[in-house]
Write a protein that binds this ligand. Structure first.
Ligand code: SIN
Length: 313
């Protein structure tokens, strides 16, 4: 029995990662991920300059998940690139690092991609087009024309492996439209889904919202979002060319949830809300639970069931 996963020509000891935004803001947190049982890890989505993000409270655990409006707080592009380069120097034998960027504009994204291209960074870059929490900045990936324009420019300047973090889509027409755009480019993977944007949670005792930014509106994660995440993983797995892999993110709390993402076609899976609740020990628990489920079902490797969701005839 093995949980090993081959992704972009690298073999990872298991398919579990953190979701960008959780436990990956500082070098200390990244170091804890590096020493955890996660198969790989990703940095906090960054901007060229460091950002304080939205006012607190801006993250709140609720019974069925979480609501957040962090607003892309981060320590700036150079902080994370310096970390990535020194990590690669110290751990040449280790798996590639995932580096997430989320510029405030197409220009800023292109600028960061050019800097990564020109650097010695050997890892995998994730372009986040789906942050729902920056006031006045809609999620780019809900604008199909702007996404197509940006990708056309990106692949003129960027040749290293690149994944795209997508928001959830809710209509077959949108799955089709986005897949048609993505299929035109040498994208390494899509990561589905970012949080379900702009939910509203009310504290029943005080009749108030639970986070301060945007009058309480924020991205939903956790148990709430798993069915939507699975649908997006499945929809893109069945629409994208096979060279574009899928990372499944959304609602993973246990081995069964991870199994379901893989069954829908994900190659790797990311954990956000539950990692925030439980800390990095979660990776050991979920790998054990996933291995037990595979054992019960008679699978020796993930490849034996990846993408093999059954539908009714
Ligand atoms: C945030 O910093 O607001 C979360 C990042 C994201 O949802 O992409």
């Amino acid at each position: 029995m093995s949980l090993e996963t081959t992704f972009l020509n690298h073999t990872f000891k298991n398919p579990l990662m953190n979701a960008s935004g959780v436990h990956c803001m500082t070098v200390a947190e990244l170091g804890e991920l590096a020493h955890s049982q996660a198969g790989a890890f990703i940095t906090k989505s960054c901007t060229l300059e460091k950002r304080a993000g939205n006012p607190e409270p801006r993250y709140y655990d609720v019974p069925l998940g979480s609501i957040n409006s962090m607003g892309l707080p981060n320590l700036g592009f150079s902080y994370y690139l310096d970390y990535a380069l020194s990590y690669e120097k110290l751990h040449a034998e280790k798996q590639p690092l995932f580096f997430s960027i989320a510029g405030m504009s197409a220009k800023e994204n292109l600028e960061m991609l050019k800097l990564i291209e020109a650097s010695d960074f050997q890892g995998i870059t994730e372009l986040n087009l789906s942050c729902p929490n920056v006031p006045g900045k809609p999620q780019l990936a809900y604008d199909f024309e702007a996404t197509a324009d940006l990708l056309a420019q990106v692949f003129q300047v960027f040749t290293k492996p690149l994944g795209i973090k997508l928001p959830p889509y809710f209509d077959f027409a949108h799955f089709d439209q986005m897949a048609t755009i993505l299929n035109q480019y040498p994208i390494a993977y899509v990561n589905s889904i970012n949080s379900i944007g702009n939910g509203l949670y009310i504290d029943p005792k005080s009749d108030t919202v639970v986070i301060k930014p945007k009058d309480g509106f924020g991205g939903l994660g956790g148990e709430y979002v798993k069915p939507t995440a699975l649908a997006n993983v499945r929809a893109f797995y069945t629409r994208l060319k096979p060279e574009i892999k899928i990372i499944g993110t959304g609602g993973i709390r246990n081995g069964q949830d991870a199994f379901e993402h893989l069954l829908c076609g994900a190659s790797m899976v990311q954990i956000g809300t539950e990692l925030h609740k439980e800390g990095v020990a979660i990776f050991e628990r979920i790998t054990q639970e996933l291995a037990m489920i595979m054992d019960e079902k008679g699978y020796q490797t993930i490849d034996e069931f990846r993408g093999k969701l059954r539908v009714m005839s």
